[in-house]
Design a protein around this ligand. Structure first.
Ligand code: FAD
Length: 398
């Protein structure tokens, strides 16, 4: 917890969440990543029940929706704690992509959609996914979409090919981004539509292997064909053609959530690196940590993680005070900066562990495999750097 950003509420909650994840998740985290999802999800359901009993459920949701009503700055610090273990966010129902879908639907879905889909999602009774990226089009340019949703009477007929729909296996519904207004300005062509995954024509073709790991259930990324999927017109979220605006709304807070989770991973990897450096003996009395190179990695990692945390909390604070739009540049900055720190810290931690670092006997290899995507999803590094530089250069007249 960072003292200058610590409120009374956060100070009371923080130790409880810390104790909960250390007792409930740390001891079993390696098995939870490798055992079949059908068994793991049952274990996690029991832990979710416990989290609810302890009053830790969904910290980001308003209190009248069953959450704890934390600000972004407060939640960011809880998110860091949860990020220290791979299923921390899941157990408190603040895991991506559900948290993004919840925030989006909370703001823009109709009463009917909220009752049918949002309520059970907030209670953790169902899961959801977000289906926007397509293999045939560059996802970095979100106006590039081949999926269409054509109105026929009171129904949308959806056709398209998506991939990297995270956590689609076992989800109850997908929020699908599809072109509904092909003649409109590029930023007003697409809409977001809820498609239940049991709709005829929703075809989950495969889970895509990530560096050799195909994943399962919540821990998977699906390729999906939408073939003449018919859903009621009332499954539209917001207005026709508002998909791009909604995607922007969804991504702002989402990027802060990811960054704080990554700092949690960094802290855990850093702790593992230091423990290994302090215990692994090269020869009598000479530990790895006595080597200057290792000391450099430890010092550089400490400085980078501290810097990353302050930058993220500053962005979260700006978002709390002035909204997502005002904090756009701060969010772009942390997205590429923290992803880079994450890569460096994980790599150093693996190197210090030697061969052990690339086995699945520690968490490092899971994170190395699955977090490489951090530099790609929610906007690749290059796009964020370019946006930031353009905004800066505007002040210099270009
Ligand atoms: C782990 C993971 C989970 C994901 N989950 C989801 C999900 O749940 N739902 C979903 O819809 N999508 C998801 N995605 C997809 C993600 O949003 C896209 O991968 C991302 O938008 C980039 O699109 P692309 O892969 O098509 O890369 P491309 O757009 O083809 O870009 C390839 C590369 O080109 C470079 N590049 C792109 N634009 C520029 C530019 N303007 N300037 C300079 N260089 C540039 C970057 O280096 C980039 O990495 C996920 C991706 C990953 C890796």
């Amino acid at each position: 917890m960072t003292e200058i950003f610590a409120t009374k509420k956060l100070k009371a909650l923080y130790p409880k969440v810390k104790q909960f994840i250390e007792e409930e998740l740390y001891p079993s985290e390696l098995y939870l990543l490798t055992d079949p999802w059908s068994e793991v999800s049952q274990i996690l359901d029991a832990k979710r029940k416990r989290a609810k009993e302890l009053g830790l459920w969904a910290p980001y949701l308003p209190e009248n929706e069953g959450g704890l009503g934390l600000s972004m700055t407060e939640f960011g610090q809880i998110s860091e704690l949860l990020g220290g273990t791979p299923l921390g966010h899941y157990v408190l129902n603040c895991q991506a992509p559900d948290i993004g879908n919840i925030e989006l639907m909370h703001q823009f879905a109709s009463k009917e959609l909220k009752a049918k889909y949002l309520e059970p999602l907030m209670k953790g009774e169902i899961r959801s996914c977000f289906s926007m990226t397509e293999p045939e089009f560059a996802g970095s340019n979100p106006v590039n979409l081949g999926t269409t949703a054509v109105l026929e009477g009171d129904e949308f007929v959806i056709n398209g090919h998506k991939w990297f729909t995270t956590a689609a296996e076992g989800a109850t519904f997908a929020i699908v981004m599809a072109v509904t207004n092909p003649e409109a300005d590029p930023y007003q062509r697409a809409s977001m539509i809820i498609v239940p995954t049991d709709t005829p024509g929703f075809e989950l073709t495969r889970n895509i292997p990530i560096m050799g790991d195909v994943g399962e259930g919540y821990l998977s990324h699906a390729e999906i064909n939408y073939v003449d999927c018919r859903v009621p017109k009332s499954n539209l979220i917001g207005e026709m053609g508002s998909g791009f605006m909604l995607a922007q709304q969804r991504l702002g807070p989402g990027r802060i959530h990811h960054c704080m989770r990554w700092i949690g991973i960094c802290e855990r990897a850093f702790d593992m690196m230091c423990k290994r450096a302090a215990t692994r003996e090269l020869r009598d009395g000479k530990k790895l940590g006595h080597q200057q190179t290792i000391q450099n990695w430890i010092a550089e990692s400490r400085a980078e993680i501290n810097a990353a945390r302050f930058m993220v909390l500053h962005a979260a604070h700006k978002m709390d005070q002035e909204g997502s739009k005002a904090a756009r540049m701060e969010i772009s900055t942390i997205k590429f900066f923290v992803a880079d720190v994450l890569m460096k810290v994980l790599d150093r931690a693996i190197q210090v562990h030697g061969a052990l670092g690339i086995t699945d006997d520690t968490l490092l290899s899971f994170w190395y495999r699955h977090e490489r995507g951090a530099r790609i999803y929610d906007g690749p590094d290059e796009v964020h750097k370019s946006s930031l530089a353009k905004a800066i250069l505007k002040g210099y007249g270009i």
